[in-house]
Ligand binder design. Sequence first.
Ligand code: ADP
Ligand code: MG
Length: 727
Amino acid sequence: MSKFQQDYNVAAATKYKLNGNGKHAGPMDIEKIFGENTFGLDEMKSRLPKAAFKSILATIEQGRSLDPGIADTVALAMKEWAVERGATHFTHWFQPLTGLTAEKHDSFITPNKGGGAIAQFSGKDLIQGEPDASSFPSGGIRATFEARGYTAWDPTSPAFIIENPNGSYLAIPTAFASWTGEALDHKTPLLRSMHALDEQARRVLALFGVKDVHKVYSTVGSEQEYFLIDEEFFFRRPDLISTGRTLFGARPPKGQELEDHYFGSIPDRVLSCMLETEKELYRLGVPVKTRHNEVAPSQYEIAPLFENANVAADHQQLIMLMLQRVARKYGMVCLLHEKPFAGVNGSGKHNNWSIATDTGMNLLEPGDNPHDNMQFLFFCTAVIRAVHRHQDLLRISVASAGNDHRLGANEAPPAIMSVFLGEQLEDVFEQLEKGPATQSKQGGLLGLGVPVLPHLPRHAGDRNRTSPFAFTGNKFEFRAVGSSQSISFPNVVLNTGVAESLDVMATMLEARLEKGTDLEKAVAEVISEALHEARPVIFGGDNYAEAWHAEAERRGLLNLPTTLDALDHLCDEKNVTLFSKYGVLNETELRSRYEIWVEQYFKKVNIEAETTEALARTMVMPAATAYLNNLAQALSAATDLGLPADGVRETAEELGKGIDALRAAIRELAAQNQDLGGEEVHDKAAHMRDHVIPAMNAVREAGDRLERLVAHDQWPMPTYREILFVK
Ligand code: ADP
Ligand code: MG
């Protein structure tokens, strides 16, 4: 073993001082730098003619359709701004169904007649692009002969500059569609779902007599968990490189049981990295707000202030991007996988969601007068009803091979969807369900017809960390989202599901009002009726408890433990109807997503299984046999010399058995890897779930047992103890 190899864990600990980027930028002036790399409203206002600015403001703030007449003007101003900031290229920045972001850069440069070149960027360049899209997943929407797709500018999310020491480029958030108009991305359905929510919510508000609201939109703030590890360790782990998670690794003697990491003080190198990440995000106008150590060693969290869901989804992608980019400057790698390390907590993303109006109301905030409370309870009921009705979709929206390791694994909410309301609110809803009949008896409590709701504390005492979907005072927190995924689809499901509930409940309300029922009584009746159906989804107990599984089954709630179980419901008639009725996804678009997500599941597990087999054969087995050879030589030498050798023999025997076990497990995994499970992608995915994953787990178990037996200096990969604790 080389000296370098021996020293790598020490190098990891000392490198920050030696090779850290050296330059410390010094304290930052947030007010000055915030948004300086975005072409936001302030910038537009100062650079655009008044009429053009007014027109684009109406598009951004009120959702008016974009006036194509101003495109050239905006493009010119945007280009001038970008060039001043050192940009040489621009890209339409979009979110294909891989869950990542995509970009193809074009230079501003256009040759002029004199043999030189000028920077040019037209309204057409701004509004529409035509990346060669043949390699993005389309789930059969696009035949390869019609490979082109087009990108379309989303003026409601500000364009921004991505910097590099050698040059910068302008990134323009866009939607991505096929030429036949089908959405091939995450942004398009998100925007459509926000539109559906806007329409239905305004309809409800009008019934409540609220007339001054021009736009309703969902707001989202998502808390991102991640790991930071030294890059030395990362690059010595082919499993981390290829799959984002460790496929081997015995549990270290010290894990997270001391709970000494959570909210602990942040190590210097990590803090420096966080500060620079935050600074870059501020410059991009991403309002990051909190940071702290998470439960697992080397795990952290970053959370922004909430924003309009569309902008929040774009910003979420930028957060993940910047976490990864900046980490490398500090000799670290940011792991966004849901479960990079077995036996310690994985990472999620808490999606905080609410509904806001352009007049500044939060529709999920309990009010302090009976009328506002009535409105709050109506919207809140609509959310509960949506979660109950679309448990399947919520589960699907967080389904991935990576997240399967978390959901239901006693560190994250289970695969069963339920709503936590807090004791007080749960009590209120219980009364409401019983309906107007009991109102006189319970009157004082309801605030429907009589006094006021009990004062609802913003942070209902018990936070219930085990609930997948918790009311936290003035928003709902969807906690099952995976750390590496785009937050778009979970929010598409929330927006669309709640739009549908509002639609149904508004229709019920209208019918009663038309018959002359007064508003309070009508609202109480509608809430009661809606709750009657949705009631089983309300659960305030421990979601991790075994008993809940049985209870949930009795209540008729869905339990879809794996990605494939969940995805199989995506195209159920209920869901086809929901998405097409509200113009969010037509049947073709929905089916294409099914195809893509099943295929992604299959591919991800397949890569993991192939990597497991390769590492078992080429790293674990050779290390174990080499050490066995050492022991065998020692045994024979000791015996020759007449030294006591029972201990050596016993160790060698144990190791030999471990090697046999590994060999048998490899044989089984190799056989399963050979077998594709069928021709159809669904059959392949099922083969992964039912046969490949168990075989992969068996190889890992045998490998991890060997890690505990083989001499540490002969083990070919950094161990958990090193990766998680040397920083
Ligand atoms: P906690 O989870 O401890 O309650 P916060 O209240 O700070 O923490 O909220 C966590 C996240 O929820 C933050 O990203 C915050 O911006 C977001 N959030 C707060 N209010 C809303 C809201 N009305 N809509 C959407 N997200 C919100
Ligand atoms: Mg939270």
